[in-house]
Design a protein around this ligand. Structure first.
Ligand SMILES: Nc1ncnc2c1ncn2[C@@H]1O[C@H](COP(=O)(O)OP(=O)(O)OP(=O)(O)O)[C@@H](O)[C@H]1O
Length: 594
């Protein structure tokens, strides 16, 4: 484990003054119409809800469980396996500086429609009933309200049905889940009945997802598609639930389709009797959000799992971003003759044109005030507002959520330090509601399908270009419009070079009046000291593992002090010696230890 691996990754924050802000969010236009379709029905999938809490050593918590006992997203949250440092350099991206200037007035005048969004371009002309899928699947697809295929579905379905391995790239929110589930279910339904009617049937379709929320969501979608395939079932195994509970549930009701997070899946491979035998029946293996799964630290788990399933299988990799590392996975996961299907046209951006993207550079001590100001304006503009604020670590997420709650905004909080039952509850609520602000760590960054998100705010530098794109992709789904704001401190500006090819422009910093600043400062002061201590430690851990910012330790300590001041602390919190040592910061002047 590398030095900086132990701690959480963080973000920034803070109140104070500002300049002019020609309504980044005031430009929001028409309040979104509610969709006619009812929200997704609650999952009837087999998701154990028990809470397996970790033992913590305090603040930013040193987890006691072995690495193999975690799922991918927990690892990422704690920075334990996060040896992929934050570089902010996108491949093949120009490195020129970003021009400063006034925020352009972006065109927010497009309005979505009920069926296909602004231009419906995510849909193809092909209807599902024109494809070679079974009547049972077709009926389920119709019941789900899908008539035309999305472009990625149209492009991948025939190839997958031919039995080919597929690596597919398609923009966020364009129906990748159905694109892999539907043909995979077709493969399963064509298997001889004897394979399906056994007392303990083999697992024939294994889907691996980087986060629990995504795993649950994939299982819900599978359930929809399985509506008339009565002999097929789906189960979920994820972290945060008791292993024994999952074992019992798998024994009582074994299913042919398993959706899992890698850490927990590996636990079952190692500890659940008969599980490895069941995996020998895998016909189709899906790596959803493959690049996230393959981040260093998870690769070994994935390799172990791949070694547990038969070589003779079909493998599907789907993601909105396909960096070089994912292409490399073909060596361990895919057949040599796999097909790369890229639905993002050459020269087209990886983000959606109907999502307006802005960045704002402001001193750290203004961030909380700006956040409050931006949110207040957005809420006033759109009664149906639905906002996600991404923060850099779980503990910073908690801090930001607590500050904004003090400010009486309608806040929900989700991150890896919450119990799984709390996460599932918040996630379900946010999916179905409007008028809510979800403060989230990267547990919601990938794949999670919350309809009609009006605004995504990213506070502090994202892990990398891919993560920026995926987080932004929580809005503008299914062709709808959306807005994105990236709020950075001046020393985080380097990150912009990695997303320079995207249509992102600078928003001017809003002038926040002094009474608002006072209100925000008061709110910050009311937040418990413990939350601030944890956030500070997490912040330091995150930026310490950032290749650009963490390089110069004395500067890092100064920036951390700025962050601490932004939390209205006169003296930065002390950090346990052991943790400082693990971060490689034990002898750095300016840090206090306990
Ligand atoms: N053919 C279709 N017609 C209409 N809606 C569809 C169709 N296929 C999928 N959807 C819906 O589109 C939404 C987005 O799908 P999904 O979450 O699979 O997108 P995605 O491409 O995987 O996004 P991400 O990259 O964020 O993971 C979901 O609500 C899904 O139910």
């Amino acid at each position: 484990m590398a030095a900086g691996d132990l701690l959480l990754r963080t973000q920034s924050g803070l109140p104070v003054l500002a300049r002019a802000f020609p309504s980044f969010l005031c430009l929001r236009v028409p309040a979104r119409r509610r969709r006619g379709a009812p929200p997704l029905t609650a999952a009837k999938v087999d998701v154990a809800d028990a809470v397996g809490r970790r033992v913590r050593s305090g603040g930013a918590a040193v987890p006691k469980r072995r690495r193999s006992r975690r799922d991918a997203e927990e690892e990422e949250e704690e920075g334990l396996a996060f040896s992929r440092v934050v570089t902010g350099r996108g491949r093949g991206v120009r490195e020129e500086g970003v021009a400063e200037g006034e925020a352009p007035e972006f065109d927010a005048a497009k309005s979505g429609d009920e069926s296909g969004g602004v231009d419906g371009s995510y849909l193809s002309d092909t209807r599902f009933d024109q494809c070679a899928i079974s009547p049972l699947s077709l009926k389920a697809v119709k019941d789900a309200g899908y008539e035309r295929m999305t472009q990625v579905q149209e492009a991948t379905l025939p190839v997958i049905l031919q039995g080919k391995d597929v690596l597919a790239k398609a923009k966020t929110g364009t129906g990748k889940t159905v694109a892999f589930l539907l043909p995979a279910i077709e493969v399963l339904s064509a298997l001889p009945n004897s394979r399906r009617d056994q007392l303990r049937p083999s697992i024939n379709l294994l889907v691996m997802c980087p986060t629990r929320e995504l795993a649950i969501q994939v299982a819900v979608e599978a359930k929809k598609l399985l509506k008339y395939h009565r002999s097929l079932g789906v189960q979920v195994v994820i972290g945060g639930t008791r292993l024994t509970q999952e074992q019992r549930s798998m024994q009582a009701n074994p299913c042919q389709i398993l959706v899992a997070t890698p850490g927990r899946l590996k636990d079952h491979v190692e500890n659940t009797p008969g599980f490895s035998t069941r995996l020998k029946g895998v016909k189709v293996l899906v790596l959803d959000e493959a690049d996230r799964l393959l981040d260093m630290g998870f690769r070994r788990d994935i390799e172990r799992i791949i070694a547990s399933v038969p070589k003779e299988r079909q493998t599907l990799l789907f993601s909105a971003t396909v960096p070089e590392e994912v292409r490399q996975i073909s060596h361990i996961a895919m057949k040599k003759n796999y097909k790369f299907i890229n639905t993002v046209k050459d020269g087209d951006e990886e983000t959606h044109a109907q999502v307006s993207q802005m960045f704002m550079i402001a001193p750290l001590d203004l961030h909380f005030s700006i956040l409050y100001d931006v949110l207040k304006k957005h809420v006033a503009e759109d009664a149906d507002y639905k906002v996600i604020i991404f923060c850099t670590t779980a503990m910073v997420t908690k801090l930001v959520a607590e500050i904004l709650s003090q400010l009486r905004l309608n806040i929900r909080e989700i991150h890896s330090r919450k119990s799984q039952s709390a996460r599932t509850k918040v996630s379900d609520e946010f999916r179905k509601s409007r008028g809510l602000i979800l403060v989230s760590s990267d547990v919601s960054a990938r794949g999670v399908d919350y309809p009609d998100v009006t605004l995504v705010i990213q506070v502090g530098v994202p892990a990398d270009r891919q993560q920026y794109i995926h987080r932004l992709g929580r809005t503008g789904r299914k062709g709808k419009e959306g807005q994105g704001l990236l709020l950075l401190a001046p020393w985080e500006k380097y990150f912009l070079s990695s997303i320079k090819d995207l249509s992102i422009s600078e928003a001017t910093v809003p002038s926040v009046d002094s009474s608002t600043q006072t209100i925000v400062k008061d709110a910050v002061r009311k937040v418990e000291m413990r939350s601030k201590e944890c956030a500070y430690q997490a912040w330091l851990g995150y930026y310490n593992s950032n290749k650009t910012i963490g390089r110069e330790k004395s500067r890092l300590v100064k920036l951390a002090e700025e962050f601490s001041q932004s939390m209205e602390l006169s003296v930065p919190p002390a950090i346990p010696k052991q943790i400082l040592r693990k971060m490689g910061l034990n002898n750095v002047p300016g840090l206090r230890s306990t």
